[in-house]
Write a protein that binds this ligand. Structure first.
Ligand SMILES: Nc1ncnc2c1ncn2[C@@H]1O[C@H](COP(=O)(O)OP(=O)(O)OP(=O)(O)O)[C@@H](O)[C@H]1O
Ligand SMILES: [Mg+2]
Length: 222
C-alpha cells in the first residue's frame, strides 16, 4: 500500500485537486484508491458526494485519527491512499506527513506562494520524508518560470517535481461538476497532465508503472 500526503500551508494551492486526481488515476489504473479528507472545509468529501457512488472513495478523518484510518483502510484492501489536508494547519499537515511514503506540496509558481512554502518545506525536512513541490495553476507555456521556481524551492531544500499541473480550465469545470478531468475530457491536456504525474508518483514510491484504463465517459453527477 502506498500513502501520499498532499500538504501546503497556503490556501488554494491545488491540494484537493491534486489529491482527487491522483486517486482517480490510481483507480483508472486498476488499483483500490482512497482519499482521506482531513480538511474541515470538506471539499474533497463534497466532490465525492456529488459523484454519489462513483470511485475513488473519499472518507473523512480528523488528524488525530488519521493513523488508525490508514491502518483500517489497509486492512480493507486500499492500495493507493491520498491524504488531503487543510491550509494553515500545522498539526494536520504533520499527521499526514508522518504516515506518508511520499509528500507532494502543490504550489503556484508566483513569488508570494513560493515564499510561503518555506514553512511546509521545513516540516517535511524535520520529519525526513521524501517530498517534492508540484507547480500548479501556472502558465502552461512558461519553461523559464518553472525553471526559476524550481531553483528557488531547491534552495529551500525541497526539489521540484518535473511534471507540472498548469492552469487548465478543465480542472475548474470538472471539479465544479463532481468529475475528474479524465472524465470531463479524456483526451485533453489536463487528463494527460494527471496521467503523467500519477506515473511519475508511482515511480517515486517504487510501484510498477501502471497501464491506465480508458477514462469512464459520461456525466457522473449534475
Ligand atoms: N491546475 C489547475 N488549473 C486550473 N484551476 C485549478 C488548478 N488547480 C486548482 N485549480 C482551481 O483552483 C481552486 C483551488 O484549488 P483547490 O481547492 O484544489 O486548492 P486547495 O489547496 O485544496 O485549497 P484549500 O487550501 O482551500 O483547501 C479551485 O477552484 C480549483 O478548481
Ligand atoms: Mg483543499
Amino acid at each position: 500500500m502506498t500513502t501520499i500526503a498532499i500538504i501546503s500551508q497556503k490556501g488554494g494551492a491545488g491540494k484537493t485537486t491534486l489529491a482527487l486526481h491522483l486517486a482517480a488515476a490510481a483507480h483508472d489504473s486498476g488499483r483500490v484508491a482512497l482519499v482521506i479528507d482531513t480538511d474541515p472545509q470538506a471539499t474533497a468529501s463534497q466532490w465525492a458526494a456529488w459523484r454519489q457512488e462513483a470511485p475513488p472513495e473519499v472518507i473523512d478523518s480528523p488528524p488525530p485519527r488519521l493513523a488508525a484510518k490508514v491502518a483500517q483502510a489497509k486492512e480493507q484492501g486500499a492500495e493507493f491512499i491520498v491524504i488531503d489536508t487543510p491550509p494553515h494547519a500545522d498539526s494536520a499537515a504533520r499527521a499526514a506527513v508522518e504516515i506518508a511514503d511520499l509528500v507532494l506540496i502543490p504550489c503556484r509558481p508566483s513569488a508570494f506562494d513560493l515564499s510561503a512554502i518555506q514553512t511546509t518545506a521545513k516540516l517535511v525536512q524535520l520529519l525526513r520524508k521524501p517530498a517534492f513541490v508540484v507547480f500548479t495553476a501556472g502558465s502552461p507555456n512558461a519553461p523559464r518560470v518553472y525553471q526559476e521556481a524550481g531553483e528557488l524551492v531547491e534552495s529551500f531544500g525541497t526539489p521540484a517535481c518535473p511534471i507540472q499541473i498548469p492552469d487548465r480550465a478543465a480542472f475548474r469545470h470538472a471539479s465544479a461538476e463532481g468529475r475528474t478531468v479524465m472524465e470531463f475530457e479524456p483526451t485533453g491536456k489536463a487528463a494527460d497532465d494527471v496521467r503523467q504525474i500519477f506515473e511519475w508518483t508511482c515511480r517515486q514510491v517504487g510501484i510498477s508503472t501502471p497501464t491506465i484504463k480508458p477514462a469512464r465517459k459520461g456525466k457522473v453527477a449534475a
